[in-house]
Design a protein around this ligand. Structure first.
Ligand code: DSN
Length: 431
């Protein structure tokens, strides 16, 4: 398409809508999409307006390879203060001895720990992906599965929960250098204290990936893995409700190895605007006001699980200890893929997910992973989530009235507007 000509002077002052109407229009449409559907993807959230402001700020202009007080570029004195704040707040929030707040996302946080703790081909034991793990926990096509010899434990067929006796038996068999606990589709609490006992018994290091539930940990609603683990990794954009980014917490004895693994080991310049936003997210998470939010996330997850069970569905493990509910569709004619598509027609966004012992491939799957963080952020309560469960029940009938179900979902969205304080796609107006 023809691109409008701008002068250099105009480029220096114009807002996005003026400079790039196509992207501005897409951003507006994405904001409308987020506002006009019920977001149930367990790993997504709507971050605070203050975080949107920080993530769109001027440190995006700054290079700062290295760490506070020890950089390779001039002019880092202010970003040093930002990173110090972020590190200190992360340590205080989770009771950690050391924090590295530079990883761009959760995968990089995990990579930093692997680079710090392991040599190529070392043995690692983690939760298998189809039982709720994560692709960076040793999937063959992922760097983790290519560089290291990953072995996996799973959940027990009878309970669909981690069987710690089985983990111990696997650990004795495998003799891993590192055990990884946590995952991305496990609805129950991760008992890091029990993993610690197992790690000690086989002389392994222990890492917990708390990316999904770190907001619950911050609020004291999930056991804190930090006291039991050598390393804890997380994202800041899931239940923690911050910017899209990652971080590592570790014991002091591993601090310099983690820092060196991250830089110069794998990343270049940290995204300092994201570091600033992480600092603010940690500050918010320390407040009493924040605690109300994960409390509601948990209450809503219980209401959603109960509503689905009352509607005749199987929910993995019968419920949840977290923000995450796994719908198990094996007793129905639905595949996860077909269910995801039907829910989307009804303005509910979720993702298909394999369930443990699934016979279908991941792209089809027999489950749907649901989560409450995003809708809770826009104000949904237990009553609303009972209604969500009822809409899901209606949608997964043979011949549903999709129009009527969509209207019910949109009525919930209208009653609980997203970002009511501003219009458009950003929390502050362009100059
Ligand atoms: N993609 C994230 C999730 O959905 O859990 C994890 O990387």
């Amino acid at each position: 398409m023809a691109v409008a000509q701008q002068t250099f002077e105009q480029l220096k002052t114009a807002g996005l809508a003026e400079i790039d109407p196509e992207i501005a229009e897409l951003l507006g449409r994405e904001a409308d999409r987020q506002r006009g559907q019920i977001e149930l993807i367990a790993s997504e959230n709507f971050t605070w307006p203050s975080i949107l402001e920080a993530i769109g700020s001027v440190p995006t202009n700054k290079y700062a390879e290295g760490y506070p007080g020890n950089r390779y570029y001039g002019g880092c004195e202010i970003v040093d203060e930002m990173e110090e704040l972020a590190r200190n707040r992360a340590k205080e929030l989770f009771g950690a001895e050391h924090a590295n707040v530079q990883p761009h996302a959760g995968a990089q946080a995990n990579m930093a720990v692997y680079f710090a703790a392991l040599s190529p081909r070392d043995r690692v034991l983690g939760l298998s992906l189809d039982h709720g793990g994560h692709l960076t926990h040793g999937l063959k096509v992922n760097f983790s599965g290519k560089l290291y010899e990953f072995h996996h434990y799973g959940v027990a067929r009878e309970t669909m929960m981690v069987d710690y006796d089985d983990v111990l038996a696997r650990a004795k068999e495998v003799r891993p250098r590192l055990i990884v606990c946590g995952g991305s589709a496990y609805p129950r609490a991760v008992e890091a204290d029990r993993f610690r006992e197992i790690a000690d018994e086989v002389g392994a290091l222990l890492m917990c990936d708390m990316a999904h539930f770190s907001g619950l940990v911050a609020a004291g609603l999930h056991p804190n893995p930090v006291p039991y683990c050598d390393f804890v990794t997380s994202t800041s954009h899931k239940t923690l409700a911050g910017p899209r980014a990652g971080f590592v917490l570790c014991r002091e004895e591993h601090a310099s190895k983690v820092d060196r693994a991250n830089f110069p080991g794998m990343q270049g310049g940290p995204l300092m605007h994201a570091v600033a936003a992480k600092a603010s997210c940690f500050r918010i998470a320390m407040t009493d006001a924040f605690t109300d939010y994960p409390r509601q996330v948990r209450a809503n997850a219980d209401a959603l699980a109960a509503g689905l069970v009352d509607g005749g569905f199987d929910v993995l493990t019968g419920g949840t200890d977290t923000h995450l509910v796994q719908l198990d569709l094996r007793a129905t004619d639905w595949t996860g893929l077909a269910a995801q598509e039907r829910l989307e027609e009804c303005k509910l966004t979720a993702n298909r997910n394999t369930v443990p012992f699934d016979e279908r491939p991941p792209k089809v799957a027999s489950g749907v992973r649901l989560g409450t963080p995003a809708a809770t952020m826009r104000g949904f309560d237990e009553h609303d989530f009972r209604e969500v469960a009822s809409i899901i029940g209606g949608a997964l009938q043979d011949d549903p009235d999709v129009e009527a179900l969509r209207a019910r979902a949109l009525a919930l969205c209208d009653a609980r507007p997203l970002y009511p304080g501003f219009r458009g796609y950003t929390s502050y107006a362009a100059p």
